[in-house]
Design a protein around this ligand. Structure first.
Ligand code: NAD
Length: 496
């Protein structure tokens, strides 16, 4: 079986731990590769090589670091289809969706190409007589990234290109469920001309993450994944005096006002709810119908139920399987809870399967109506192709519902009223808001700004905030003396 190797100091090597993790094809659950996890020594070697590489990488001119990103962007584009095929084969995503996963990552590399202007500091001349102050942006050292299964191209690319463009070195620990795509991203990065040790990739799970969280040479940790793991990583990393940004789970609502354009709403909700089998942190999982728009629910359920899952290379497939048998069991048990707790099941894909792939992790589209805030299917992040329809009498009531939810990743409102849209955007306690746009993921010149339990930290992913996260600011205050040297010591704090 194919071995999933680690990248340490520019060499691809097998992990030395006794732990073995089998990577499976989610469409069939057949094994496709095997990980030998990193041993403690492997982890130490990865961090040590990154620390060593930092000594020289930090001095490489910012323009050369930008050119590495330009070559990398060109290679990623040249290998776009190949990357998407690999990604689809280990995640089950449809080919087009897999291409989107890669593309969203390429866009972040394009932002990293602009690093010279992003790293500009500030200057003020004559802050006091003959004194100037300038600020410089400098890298931190070794940064670490821990990534989830659901975007194995985009999310590693949220992290290492920007960190490295800023002059840091990096240790990436990708999801053990789909490590082949991140490895291929790293191979292409080396091919683009990255020096050995600047990017290292290690494999494993909690044990390997714990080494990173406790290692004195790791200065910053970026994490994307579930809430319990995000909380654990944020608390442990910060307790060990590291910077941390932890992007976690979600429950994203869309609010449908009765004045919205019906066709636009229905077309958008189909893809936003069950696209990628609902395994997107920005998927719409709760649709809140306000004052009359609930009459569209049966038609929405019908259209969603017509979407058929299928194999990644089936052009008719709307989405693929769930990532694992455990994920499927979890989603099925939540669907069961929804039925038992009184939600009305309008479309039920629980028994769906693809002929010839019966052992795969298939779940067809599911739509519930009359979901209430007390129900388990509302309280839990389902991460499956399940839409919960809810009802509210007014925009005010819808806002209360959304704001009472502990998550705050994304939300949207469909309306033709500027006043309703403006009220929603101002008052909602969610970090990414779409107006007649179902999944408002910002492009990389902005930042990915989840709130509440969807994010622990201060500075978000990509955009200017990522540059701040991966750097320190140094201010330099200088006075160059001429012949007129003032006499005597100055014992006050005045600089004049
Ligand atoms: P996960 O939390 O199970 O795993 C994420 C990473 O953490 C993996 O690399 C895994 O090996 C590691 N990990 C798992 N358990 C750990 C532990 N106990 N200690 C230390 N490390 C551990 O998440 P997942 O199932 O891969 O991804 C799905 C989750 O990610 C969903 O909750 C989804 O909402 C979330 N997500 C959030 C965003 C966002 O931007 N907010 C984006 C994508 C995914």
């Amino acid at each position: 079986m194919q071995q999933v190797l680690m990248l340490i100091n520019g060499e691809w090597v097998n992990g030395q731990s006794e732990d073995r993790i089998v990577v499976t094809n989610p469409a069939t659950n057949e094994p496709i590769a095997q990980i030998c996890s990193a041993s403690h020594n492997d982890m130490d070697a990865a961090v040590a090589t990154a620390a060593k590489a930092f000594e020289s990488w930090r001095d490489v001119p910012v323009t050369e670091r930008a050119r590495l990103m330009m070559r990398y962007q060109a290679l990623l584009k040249a290998h776009h289809d190949e990357l998407a095929t690999l990604l689809a084969s280990e995640t089950g995503k449809t080919f087009d969706d897999a291409k989107g996963d890669v593309w969203r990552g390429i866009e972040v590399v394009e932002q990293a190409m602009n690093v010279p202007s992003l790293m500009m500091g500030e200057t003020v001349e004559n802050v006091a007589r003959n004194i100037d102050t300038a600020s410089y942006i400098q890298p931190l050292g070794v940064c670490a990234g821990i990534t989830p299964f659901n975007f194995p191209a985009m999310i590693p690319l949220w992290m290492f290109p920007l960190a490295i463009a800023c002059g840091n070195t990096f240790v990436l620990k990708p999801s053990e469920q789909d490590p082949l795509t991140p490895n291929r991203l790293a191979e292409l990065f080396m091919q683009a001309g990255a020096p050995a040790g600047v990017l290292n990739v290690v494999h494993g799970g909690k044990e390997q993450v714990d080494v990173l969280l406790h290692h004195g040479d790791i200065k910053a940790v970026s994490f994307v994944g579930s809430v319990p793991v995000g909380q654990y990583i944020y608390k442990t990393a910060t307790a060990n005096l590291k910077r941390a940004q932890c992007f976690a789970g979600a429950k994203n609502h869309t609010v449908i006002m009765p004045d919205a354009n019906k066709e636009h709403v229905l077309n958008n909700l189909v893809g936003a709810s069950v696209g990628a089998a609902g395994q997107r942190c920005m998927a719409i999982s709760a649709a809140v119908f306000v004052g009359g728009s609930e009459k569209w629910i049966p038609e929405l359920a019908k259209r969603i139920s017509e979407i058929k899952p299928g194999l990644w290379n089936d052009p008719e497939a709307g989405f693929g399987p769930l990532i694992s048998a455990a994920a499927k069991q979890r989603v099925l048990s939540l669907i069961k809870a929804g039925k038992e707790e009184g939600a009305e099941c309008l479309a039920d894909g629980s028994d769906f399967t693809v002929p010839g792939c019966e052992k795969g992790n298939w779940v067809g589209p599911v739509v519930f109506d009359r979901v209430t805030p007390e129900m388990t299917i509302y309280k839990e992040e389902i991460f499956g192709p399940v839409l919960s329809c809810m009802r509210a009498e007014s925009l005010e009531d819808a806002l209360k519902l959304v704001n009472n939810n502990p998550y705050g990743n994304g939300t949207s409102i469909f309306t033709n009223s500027g006043a309703a849209a403006r009220k929603y955007q101002r008052e909602v306690t969610v970090g990414q808001v779409g107006i007649n746009v179902p999944i408002p993921v910002p492009l990389p010149f902005f930042s990915f700004t989840g709130w509440k339990n969807s994010f622990y930290g201060d500075l978000h992913a990509y955009g200017k905030q990522a540059i701040r996260f991966y750097t320190e600011t140094k201010t330099v205050t200088s006075r160059w003396l001429d012949d007129d040297i003032p006499g005597g010591p100055n014992l006050t704090i005045s600089m004049d």
